[in-house]
Design a protein around this ligand. Structure first.
Ligand code: 13P
Ligand code: SF4
Length: 309
């Protein structure tokens, strides 16, 4: 490696030396997405991790996504640039109350959003992402009561889409999407009256009611690519702009600031930087380490989800 290399060049060299694949979520900084072998939503990244060859998966996203990669491909070394890249949904859903709930309700089916800790996944019957949550809940026999966790906005959206009455919803939320105020969306609609509104289902119900399309990050990007509209108001993390500008050049994308950070960036996702990515490839740390027992138990609900196409 040359002393004068840029950090990006160092990463590319290390990627080759380590036989690493670089997976990035749409919410990463553009400079990370530019270097990635694959950029996608949480479901696509799980599938890519499953089939990844080589020795190392450098996962540029949040920790629960990297844990999922480790479960699906346990013989690989999985590193994340920043160990503190957590998620408010994970933090708001500890495992112990779920264990207690299972003891009280052994016949209920636990559907967990992939934004959960590995311990919660291991207690779950099936997992879902924002992309397949409706299909996953529809796959459960109608007479069974479902506990959907942990995102209440996604849960309410799924309940509305499936018309399922016997569904209990955990009251967690995303600090980014749940704090997009309707007032600001309405202001944006007034400022850009021709814009089509696209939203992630983690947004509050009133925001979703005023949206023209609701879907996962990749579904939003595909929708904008295929739409004939020239302008969009995008109700999700603004990292999606990298792919939107690539697949739909010349269109206009407007972002609405939330009330948490007065921005539309996930503070956890944005902990990852090029320098930390370089160091994670150099030192192979921070590394996801999981016990064989946890891997085996979390794999069951994960494979059930992946079997649903
Ligand atoms: P996707 O499943 O759309 O990638 O979303 C993950 C996420 O964390 C949304 O906040
Ligand atoms: Fe978690 Fe929200 Fe960040 Fe997604 S945007 S990783 S749900 S805190």
């Amino acid at each position: 490696m040359l002393a004068t290399s840029t950090v990006a060049e160092e990463i590319l060299d290390l990627k080759t030396d380590r036989r690493a694949i670089l997976l990035a979520h749409h919410y990463q900084d553009a400079e990370i997405q530019e270097l990635a072998d694959f950029v996608g939503d949480s479901l696509e990244l799980a599938r890519k991790a499953h089939e990844a060859e080589g020795d190392v998966i450098a996962f540029c996203g949040v920790w629960f996504m990297a844990e999922t990669a480790k479960v699906l491909n346990p013989s690989r070394i999985v590193v994340v640039p920043d160990k503190d890249a957590s998620c408010s949904l994970v933090e708001g859903c500890p495992v112990e109350p779920i264990r207690q709930y299972k003891l009280r309700n052994p016949d209920h089916v636990i559907v967990s959003y992939i934004n959960t800790s590995i311990e919660v996944k291991a207690e779950s019957d099936i997992l879902c992402t924002s992309r397949n949550a409706v299909q996953v809940v529809n796959s459960i026999p109608a007479e069974k009561t479902v506990l959907f966790l942990p995102d209440r906005n996604l849960g309410n959206y799924v309940q509305q889409q499936t018309g399922r009455a016997n569904m209990k919803i955990w009251q967690g939320s995303c600090i980014v999407h749940n704090t997009f105020p309707l007032r600001r969306l309405l202001e944006a609609k007034e400022a850009y009256p021709r814009a089509v509104v696209v939203a992630h289902p983690e947004c509050p119900a009133d925001v979703l009611r005023h949206s023209d399309f609701i879907g996962s990050t990749s579904a939003i990007i595909d929708f904008c690519r295929d739409s004939t509209a020239e302008e969009f108001i995008v109700m999700t993390e603004s990292g999606v702009n990298f792919s939107l500008e690539r697949v739909a050049p010349g269109r206009k994308f407007h972002y609405v600031a939330n009330e948490n950070c007065n921005c539309s960036e996930c503070p956890f996702m944005r902990l990852n930087t090029l320098e930390k990515l370089r160091d994670s490839l150099l030192y192979l740390e921070p590394r996801v380490e999981l016990s064989g027992d946890l891997i085996a138990r979390a794999l069951v609900p994960l494979e059930r989800m992946l079997a649903i196409r």
